[in-house]
Design a protein around this ligand. Structure first.
Ligand code: FMN
Length: 358
């Protein structure tokens, strides 16, 4: 299944070492200014090869719009975008073509489909997330019309936690750190792991400002359930917390409830979502990424014939996927919210009358 969303939906295609990746975004309302520079800036935030904390694979990640936009404005038809792969090195994978890399999707893909594209993991590679960022940029352009702002940053690397969150600082940080006071130690943790041929995990925080009240479609398309679904669909994501998340199960009701005043909620433990519907407060979500599976330490595995073999990987890899993953999480948040905005339009008859009554 390669499609996500109901009213604002996108489909991605392409493999890590194939000719191109891309997406088709359907349900985009007509009349949105499609700022191609903005789409490219979003791609550039995610793209690899930018510093020593990311994979050395160099990709331009230039997006070409094929349809759905006329003279810079969305036409209401499907927007197709394509990103050509430029820097594949399939030879890095020839020595592992018959074996299953630990921590990767190789074993499960091969057992499910009986065939696998071993070059960089094929479709299971996080290269696919480039297409999501392109689709997410279109969603963000819609959200922008309503002044809904999504930001993200890294709040934890290898257990080293941020104690304050400065989303402005993220833009200046090579690892998108939210807290300058722990940034150096977080960077050190990444480089130490990288230099010892290992990898680290991390946590991204996604924050949404100015969310309208009412987004989310109970019962089976609740906002929090779809955010969790969207985030868990990102490669290497192993857990998602909405608001206080796990902490909410450890404190007393009085301490967890967000009491309400005329001026708004006194606190925001819920992360801006109650009963699966946005309550107008900031949406806060933490996304937990595991340590990069491709490491350069020898590991045990089996090959496609069931023989035990030793796995020695080559290639270029992110030592901490949470960093670039945070941009993907931001895009997925935009895509969920765009879908929820459109779905919510039919929640009341008054809304329908506003459009159709003469
Ligand atoms: N895994 C690697 O082994 N090397 C990488 O360079 C790499 N880059 C990634 C970049 C991003 C932005 C993301 C989100 C993930 C990346 N991953 C990388 C993670 C793998 O794609 C992922 O762990 C693998 O496909 C197995 O899937 P699972 O961890 O979701 O079970």
């Amino acid at each position: 299944m390669n499609t996500f969303g109901h009213r604002f939906r996108f489909t991605t295609f392409g493999e890590s070492h194939g000719k191109a990746l891309g997406c088709i975004v359907d349900g985009v309302p007509a009349g949105i200014r499609i700022d191609e520079n903005f789409i490219q800036e979003e791609m550039n935030r995610r793209k690899p090869g930018q510093n020593k904390y990311a994979t050395a694979r160099k990709e331009g990640d230039v997006v070409e719009i094929l349809s759905g936009v006329f003279e810079g404005i969305s036409t209401g038809t499907s927007i197709a975008m394509i990103i050509f792969n430029e820097n594949q090195k399939s030879s890095d994978y020839s020595n592992i073509k018959d074996l299953f890399r630990p921590g990767h999707a190789d074993f499960s893909y091969f057992n499910k489909y009986g065939i696998r594209d071993y070059r960089g993991g094929g479709r299971s590679s996080a290269r696919e997330t480039a297409a999501r960022v392109a689709a997410g940029a279109i969603a963000k352009l819609l959200l922008r019309e309503l002044n809904i702002d999504i930001r993200s940053g890294i709040c934890e690397i290898n257990g080293i936690k941020a104690s304050s969150f400065n989303f402005e600082y993220v833009k200046d940080s090579e690892i998108f750190a939210l807290d300058v006071t722990v940034e150096e130690n977080q960077k050190k943790a990444i480089l130490e792991a990288k230099n010892s041929h290992n990898s680290v995990g991390g946590v991204a925080l996604i924050n949404v400002k100015n969310t309208p009240i009412g987004l989310g479609e109970p019962i089976y398309y609740k906002l929090d359930s779809q955010i969790a679904n969207a985030m868990m669909s990102i490669n290497a994501v192993k857990a998602v917390e909405i608001g206080d998340g796990i902490l909410a199960s450890k404190v007393l009701g009085y301490d967890n409830n967000d009491q309400i005043l005329k001026t708004g909620f006194k606190t925001n433990h819920s992360g801006g979502i109650l009963g699966g519907i946005s309550n107008g407060d900031d949406i806060n979500v933490k996304v937990y990424f595991k340590a990069t599976p491709s490491i350069f330490i020898e590991q045990d595995t089996i090959d496609i014939h069931g023989n035990e073999v030793s796995c020695k990987l080559k290639g270029r890899h992110d030592p901490c996927v949470a960093v670039r993953g945070s941009v993907v999480a931001e895009s997925m948040m935009a895509l969920v919210l765009a879908d929820m905005l459109l779905l919510n339009l039919s929640s009341k008859v008054e809304n329908i009358k506003k459009v159709y009554s003469k």
